[in-house]
Design a protein. Structure first.
Length: 187
């Protein structure tokens, strides 16, 4: 297993993230030795959604307003319907994600998480997947969309849904272990 000792990972989220799409990758990253921080526009806690109801609350480690992408080695974006929809309308969240994409740092997004990446305008020509209902949005953003459990494109890791978490977590850890890629910004 790839060791991520010494790596610091940002999980960017809002209220309404799909619980398992944050908790499973977070545990996998920590088990690999990474330091994981929940970054959010929320001040103290973020609330999860679990399939059809509100569930656990997690502590926010760093407010988005105070977060600097230079302090992190990679970015992870959980899904859920509410979470990415809120983040994509938040200018600071979009800029935070853009900084990772432009710097070549690994970015991992699952389910509806790639919605935020559409707003960066840096995914045209990239190979990606997402929750199936986002296929048209992704293709309209210029993505080469595939219906596969995990798609990797030069440090950008995407998956469709919670059923893909095992493959997603494995590939995310592998890409973060490789470090910066030539670029994740497509020109």
């Amino acid at each position: 297993m790839t060791s991520l000792a010494g790596k610091k990972i940002a999980i960017l989220t809002e209220n309404g993230f799909e619980e398992v799409e944050l908790t499973s990758p977070k545990k996998a990253l920590e088990d690999a030795g990474a330091e994981v921080k929940i970054v959010s526009p929320q001040k103290d806690k973020v609330k999860a959604w679990d399939k059809d109801h509100w569930s656990i609350e997690l502590t926010v480690d760093q407010q988005l307003d105070d977060a600097d992408s230079d302090d992190y080695d990679a970015l992870m974006l959980p899904g859920g319907v509410l979470n990415p929809d809120k983040l994509r309308t938040n200018r600071k969240a979009v800029e935070f994600a853009q900084q990772f994409m432009e710097s070549g740092k690994p970015v991992a997004a699952i389910c509806h998480g790639p919605q935020l990446l559409i707003e960066t305008r840096l995914i045209e020509g990239r190979n990606m997947t997402s929750y199936p209902s986002l296929k048209t949005d992704m293709e309209n953003a210029g993505v080469i969309w595939a219906d596969r459990e995990v798609v990797t494109d030069n440090g950008l890791v995407t998956s469709r849904s919670p059923k893909d978490l095992e493959a997603f977590n494995k590939k995310m850890i592998e890409e973060i272990g490789e470090g910066r890629h030539a670029t994740t910004a497509h020109n």
